[in-house]
Design a protein around this ligand. Structure first.
Ligand code: NAP
Length: 144
């Protein structure tokens, strides 16, 4: 599936064969955390992984803001990584979160692969939560 919010998923899994869904591809990154309110818990309960598109933000001003953010930059320095790698490591912090960053430059592809070796600490995650807070209420599914 793609861009299915909880109500859509409820409807889908009620259909014959609907429980065979492999994943739900949705917008998810540090700047768009709405799915943590309900879609991630709903999916986790049913062991359906979430596939995050634009995990390092889309190629816009938003991505520039993400890559120059002081919190991300300081965590990146601690891990000898780039801000993009930290943003991607954050999405991949749980085993049921899949990420599909588009990358055309070989150096980006190598860096994205190397993210699998980055383990963010609880302290890193707390700092990121302060700068990019998780949702405090239901947010209708955001999409590109
Ligand atoms: N289901 C949907 O509705 C939906 C919506 C949007 C996207 N998607 C899919 O999601 C996938 C990913 O899309 P996207 O939004 O990530 O694409 P995007 O915003 O078009 O491209 C990602 C950008 O991030 C850059 N990047 C990647 N890795 C990087 C790194 N390590 N350091 C710095 N920059 C890095 C890329 O640079 P370079 O290319 O220069 O390497 C590119 O400019 C695609 O397959 C797309 O089709 C699905």
């Amino acid at each position: 599936m793609s861009n299915f919010d909880v109500a859509d998923m409820d409807e889908w899994v009620a259909l014959p064969g609907g429980d065979e869904v492999a994943t739900n591809q949705v917008l998810y990154n540090l700047m768009h955390r709405g799915i943590e309110w309900d879609l991630i818990p709903w999916s986790r309960e049913r062991q359906i992984p979430i596939m995050a598109y634009s995990p390092v933000a889309h190629e816009t001003d938003e991505q520039k803001r993400m890559f120059t953010d002081p919190t991300i930059k300081s965590i990146a320095t601690e891990h000898d990584a780039t801000p993009a790698q930290i943003a991607l490591a954050w999405v991949l912090r749980e085993p049921d979160l899949i990420a599909i960053p588009k990358a055309s430059r070989p150096e980006h592809i190598r860096q994205n692969r190397a993210v699998l070796d980055i383990k963010l600490t609880d302290d890193d995650l707390e700092k990121l939560d302060k700068t990019f807070p998780p949702p405090k209420q239901k947010i209708p599914l955001e999409m590109l």
